[in-house]
Design a binder for this molecule. Structure first.
Ligand SMILES: NC(=O)c1ccc[n+]([C@@H]2O[C@H](COP(=O)([O-])OP(=O)(O)OC[C@H]3O[C@@H](n4cnc5c(N)ncnc54)[C@H](OP(=O)(O)O)[C@@H]3O)[C@@H](O)[C@H]2O)c1
Length: 305
């Protein structure tokens, strides 16, 4: 293995899964407050499909001169620590890389990131499972921040996409904020939804006090919020227009090491449904994208370099 370069997945001209290329680039030393992490696993998320097929280029969020890195989250071990970082080499960590416009992501053998956004992976949680928590766990937590605590007299929350990553985490976390949760999912997902101790629906009637729209149904989900209720979505660049006095917002997930640490502890104890579909080599990123694009996948494809 060449220790002066590392392998990473990028798209030069985005055109779907077939446009993903693995390139070798120079290793970078971490700067102050940064660490270099050797990646054990990097999940394939819906956002990565949008980067590879050019959607985010089309709407102006990506304007890269040459190529764009793929992958938003990871778990691995610390290889190298920059000045001011108090983490031992070999420490198991997980984290996320935010922002669309970038040369490199987590579909890679290694990544350099600020230590502030990282969390130590607790004993009892393997790195592959841990890698599936950061982006979607933090998305769920930050959506609940936007929704706030449930008022005592109007606490019925519908979570769309309840069998997905964000949706599953919302089902586990929303009851702690006082919400009485119903998960909207496909009929075949009923067992998973109910296993988290919440109600299940395969069809939503209007009248919900709040909707957390993890399926990104947008206006269709807003329609079933009662007058004066709350809606939180997952598309910060396409927030539905407010109507009928409903408060409308959308999450833009940001790194948060302290809250990620809490989420990883929950995942280790079984309190958060972190699910892995399968582990595939980094070289199979294109195939994994095709499989995810076909829909119906439960749990994450995780790329292992
Ligand atoms: N803004 C942010 O910071 C942020 C952060 C994280 C995620 N996100 C976004 O949040 C969304 C969810 O992410 P995820 O990782 O949870 O995705 P996911 O794991 O693919 O889950 C989405 C779930 O929604 C279901 N679904 C989609 N359309 C449906 C419909 N019409 N009726 C019923 N179920 C439907 C899917 O079922 P099928 O597979 O059967 O279709 C799947 O179970 C994505 O759009 C993602 O890009 C945004």
């Amino acid at each position: 293995m060449n220790t002066s370069t590392f392998r990473t997945a990028v798209v030069h001209t985005p055109n779907g899964p077939g446009s993903i290329e693995i390139i070798s680039v120079p290793v970078v030393r971490p700067g102050p407050g940064q660490v270099r992490v050797g990646i054990a696993g990097a999940p394939v998320n819906p956002v990565d499909l949008g980067v590879a097929d050019g959607f985010f280029h089309t709407i102006g969020l990506i304007d890269q001169p040459e190529y764009t890195g793929l992958g938003w989250e990871f778990a691995g071990t610390v290889l190298d620590a920059g000045p001011g970082v108090d983490l031992e080499i070999g420490t198991r960590v997980a984290g996320m890389v935010g922002g669309f416009d970038r040369d490199y992501g987590t579909y890679a053998e290694q990544v350099v990131v600020p230590v502030a956004g990282l969390a130590v992976v607790p004993d009892g949680l393997d790195l592959i499972t841990a890698s599936t928590v950061p982006v979607n766990g933090l998305a769920a937590v930050q959506m609940l921040d936007l929704l706030g605590d449930a008022p005592a007299d109007s606490h019925r929350l519908l979570v769309t996409g309840a069998a997905g990553a964000v949706g599953g985490y919302l089902l586990a976390l929303a009851p702690e904020r006082g919400w009485e949760v119903t998960g909207l999912a496909r009929p075949e997902d009923e067992e998973f939804v109910r296993s988290l101790g919440v109600r299940f629906a395969s069809h939503a009637e209007p009248g919900w006090d709040a909707v957390a729209d993890a399926a990104s149904l947008q206006e269709r989900a807003l329609e079933v919020v009662r007058d004066g209720g709350r809606f939180v979505g997952v598309k910060p660049n396409a927030v539905p227009a407010t109507e009928r006095g409903i408060s409308v917002s959308a999450v833009e997930t940001r790194p948060d090491g302290a809250r990620l640490s809490d989420l990883l502890v929950r995942a280790a104890s079984g309190g958060l449904p972190a699910r892995v579909h399968s582990v595939v080599p980094l070289d199979s990123a294109s195939d994994a994208h095709r499989a995810v694009a076909a829909g119906g996948v439960r749990g994450r494809y995780v790329l292992a370099p």
